[in-house]
Design a protein around this ligand. Structure first.
Ligand SMILES: Nc1nc2c(ncn2[C@@H]2O[C@H](COP(=O)(O)OP(=O)(O)OP(=O)(O)O)[C@@H](O)[C@H]2O)c(=O)[nH]1
Ligand SMILES: [Zn+2]
Length: 341
């Protein structure tokens, strides 16, 4: 077959141009330029397990590779859980640096706004299947408003939520109240305590990509250390809880021994939900979503407005009334002051 007089080189090296390379090569007259830009088709897939000041820890096959973001990705953010395309030195040897040239399409993004007023959102983690809200029954006390807001974030993202109630040893009598509060939501609730085996939680997490979310001091790191021997997450002293100390400062993903992943996030006090809408929450309530087809355009689905189809269709004796009340409660948590949680 005759060769064209220009070459679209496909050897690995040339597949890895970035803007810097292109500039250098442009001055080399001997080689005709082509308009065909390399698409990095030889980029190797990696899984982002940690992000720290512009350095991305990626798992490539079984190697831990440190990478930076290629300039061509601009302001696109890379988060823990991302599947990325990597070029450059992927040996994982000390001191080497690969380049992230591509972010694969995501599913299950969890986002948060800067605060409730500012809808500028950022993705916190990507490609998660399950959001595990970790809340202690006591010390710090269980804050339903915070849990509700986490549920809102999960429903909005289309990610299944699980509630993990820690410190069961300190206040077993509080579990029934929590179960009653969430009885109308399809919410899986599990409890943990130091002396009891974690098998229920292990089963819930198996083969899934899970993210732990919760206030500082509720016991997230304690759980990760038990689930992933050798994870080495720092655990805070009980006496410093509630004094604004945050032990975990970065988001890190750990492989679970039985398969799947768990992402530990730094303890948070609250998170903004300005980007969430009533309709995105409604997706988690399919039987209500169906009824809401008859709502006026732009309906906020709050009882105050008077013409929400949910109120017209679902009376107090309707079997869906409990679900509607739960939907409305979760919806209300959207509008509660962020700081109250
Ligand atoms: N009694 C009891 N104490 C627990 C339990 N789980 C965690 N703790 C204690 O609670 C304190 C806080 O636990 P951490 O695991 O550091 O909490 P965290 O959620 O990771 O906190 P941040 O790293 O700040 O986000 C530690 O002193 C733990 O020993 C539990 O189930 N029962
Ligand atoms: Zn409505």
């Amino acid at each position: 077959m005759p060769q064209p007089d220009w070459d679209v080189e496909v050897d690995e090296d040339d597949d890895e141009w970035d803007e810097d390379d292109v500039k250098v090569r442009a001055t080399r007259r001997s080689r005709p330029r082509t308009k065909i830009r390399p698409k990095h088709e030889h980029a190797q897939e990696g899984f982002v397990t940690a992000v720290d000041r512009g350095r991305y820890t990626c798992l490539v096959d079984d190697r831990v590779v440190t990478a930076m973001k290629a300039r061509e990705l601009g302001k696109q953010s890379i988060v823990v859980g991302d599947r990325v395309g990597l070029v450059g030195d992927r040996s994982g040897n000390a001191g080497t640096l690969a380049r992230v040239v591509r972010i694969e399409p995501r599913h299950g993004e969890l986002r948060r706004s800067a605060d409730d007023e500012n809808a500028t959102e950022r993705v916190v983690v990507a490609n998660v299947d399950q959001l595990v809200v970790v809340a202690s029954l006591i010390d710090p006390p269980l804050r339903y408003g915070f849990v509700d807001r986490c549920l809102v974030a999960a429903y909005d993202a289309g990610v299944a939520p699980v509630l993990c109630l820690t410190k069961h040893d300190l206040a077993p009598e509080l579990v029934a109240e929590a179960r009653a509060y969430y009885s109308q939501l399809d919410l899986t609730i599990t409890t943990t305590e130091p002396e009891a085996p974690l098998e229920d939680l292990v089963e819930l997490l198996r083969d899934k990509e899970n993210v732990f979310f919760g206030h500082s001091g509720v016991g997230k790191s304690t759980l990760v250390n038990r689930l992933v021997p050798g994870a080495g997450r720092a655990v805070s002293e009980v006496r410093s809880i509630g004094k604004g100390s945050h032990t975990s400062t970065s988001t890190v993903s750990f492989a679970l021994p039985g398969g799947g992943w768990v992402i530990d996030t730094p303890g948070v006090r609250s998170f903004g939900l300005a980007h969430v809408t009533a309709d995105s929450i409604l997706k988690a309530f399919p039987e209500l979503e169906e009824v809401a087809q008859d709502c006026p355009r732009g309906c906020t689905h709050t009882p105050e407005i008077g013409d929400c189809a949910l109120d017209a269709a679902i009376g107090p004796d309707d079997p869906r009334a409990g679900r509607l009340a739960s939907f409305r409660r979760v919806l209300a948590s959207l509008h509660e002051a962020d700081t109250k949680n």
